[in-house]
Write a protein of this length. Structure first.
Length: 456
């Protein structure tokens, strides 16, 4: 634990939804839900206006629609979110060489390592200046937590939401934590929280009073001892600049179960190509190809094949994924497919086609690989691929950018029954833009490039 609050945690407020509100003047101050829009869609982010109706991330979109029927429901634009994230992360990098990103919209920063702050006053000044710079460059708000440890800095940023700053002065940790719910501590999810509740422990103070021995008895040695330390506000974890990815993967959930074996294979090959694009974008290669299949009954299987050396060749990954598919029964229907590459390296091995063939022969001789249960996909991945879009037809997705030869830049409000409705406005527009409806094959309408949120 540090004697000064020089660990900063930044969490952008309702990030995906906030980006959409900044890009679309007509949505500012309105409930916005970003996620999958099909019958199996999942909410990725809800604006604060939508949260007032009870909508939250990881909720089925169908349930969100019942709670907030008048909200704007948009498909994610991850390219835009990543671009904004890069701007924010660059600001953090100016504060310290030790920046630990947790996601596109969240990161820890060691201000002491960067010489940016060494006491409460300087840390608070850095935090306030960072929030101002983020708003100036992106038009968005972020909440900042400052404390002497990572755990407390993250708790502080939660307390600061939305659009605020909270500093936990060293020496006040236990007093501040005591009345809080046990769920505020890292590693205490619904199951652990319920287990502790049955033991009469609902606040952090209860955990501190129970003692380490009692928590170890309830939760096991590692978890119990760790939780006891955290209940006392103790956390010595350092900010780690490099969080090296262990794998790269992509997956899609489909609106309707896939039954056609040819279509299933085609989707697997498409996913393999996308996976390799992401792999190459990260400047990496990998030697283990993984196929994920979630069937009609929600059973989830994985198959893997390890090559003799790392590759970033799309042909090799496609062929390996296709071979793995041969060992999976898909006759009942498939609701999700995924392809990943693990065992990452910074180099590639030549002549991997021959190696892949040898690996396939070895796998066949061994009777294939075993299936295992895997965790649900991240919310970001749980966005459906429309049937027409996957088949290569032109499809207009709600929230995505378009441009019209006469009316200029706009975004899709919705489509169906052969029509697409577009609102023509830009991030800098003074107010809501005009709305026009076209046939889906309107010759003057085309996909557009995202416009800058600020200064565009």
């Amino acid at each position: 634990m540090r004697t000064a609050p020089t660990i900063l945690h930044l969490d952008m407020d309702a990030f995906y939804a906030a980006v959409e509100q900044a890009a679309k003047p007509s949505l500012r101050g309105k409930p916005v839900v970003v996620g999958g829009l099909g019958p199996r869609g999942v909410v990725a982010t809800a604006s604060y206006e939508a949260r007032r109706f009870g909508v939250h991330s990881a909720m089925p979109t169908a349930q969100a629609r019942r709670l907030a029927p008048n909200a704007a429901y948009l498909v994610p634009r991850f390219t835009v979110y990543r671009a904004v994230s890069e701007t924010v992360m660059e600001l953090l990098g100016r504060l310290s060489p030790l920046v630990e990103p947790l996601s596109l919209d969240e990161a820890f920063v060691d201000l002491e390592a960067g010489g940016s702050a060494d006491d409460e006053a300087s840390a608070r000044a850095v935090g306030e200046r960072l929030r101002e710079q983020i708003r100036e460059l992106t038009g968005l708000s972020g909440s900042v937590g400052l404390a002497g440890s990572k755990m407390l800095a993250k708790i502080a940023s939660e307390e600061a939401k939305p659009d605020g700053l909270c500093l936990i002065a060293p020496g006040t940790e236990r007093e501040m934590l005591a009345p809080m719910s046990v769920r505020i501590l890292p590693g205490v999810g619904p199951a652990t929280g319920d287990h502790l509740r049955r033991a009469g422990m609902t606040t952090v103070a209860h955990l501190a009073e129970a003692g380490e021995d009692e928590l170890v008895r309830l939760l096991g040695k590692a978890h119990g001892a760790s939780l006891h330390r955290m209940a006392q506000g103790l956390d010595d974890r350092p900010v780690v600049a490099e969080r090296d990815a262990k794998s790269v993967s992509v997956e899609d959930t489909f609106d309707v179960d896939l039954h056609d074996r040819v279509r299933v294979r085609s989707e697997v090959e498409r996913l393999a190509d996308r996976c390799v694009e992401r792999l190459r974008g990260a400047g990496r290669s990998g030697r283990t190809v993984v196929l994920k299949v979630r069937r009609f009954d929600f059973s989830t299987l994985t198959r893997s094949e390890t090559l003799r050396g790392p590759t970033d060749d799309p042909g090799v990954v496609r062929e390996a994924a296709a071979r793995l598919l041969e060992g999976v029964d898909t006759t009942g229907g498939v609701r999700l497919l995924g392809v990943g590459v693990s065992g990452l390296a910074d180099f590639t091995q030549e002549d991997l086609f021959a190696q892949a063939a040898e690996a396939a022969a070895a796998a066949a001789a061994a009777g294939g690989t075993a299936a295992e249960e895997v965790a649900p996909e991240p919310v970001e991945a749980a966005v459906e691929v429309p049937e027409a879009e996957a088949a290569g037809e032109r499809r207009w997705l709600a929230g995505h950018d378009v441009r019209h030869a006469e009316y200029g830049a706009g975004w899709v409000q919705g489509s169906g029954l052969g029509r697409v409705t577009v609102r023509f406005e830009e991030p800098g527009s003074p107010g809501p833009g005009r709305v026009r409806t076209f046939r889906v094959d309107e010759p003057g309408l085309e996909r557009g490039e995202p416009l800058p949120l600020v200064g565009g």
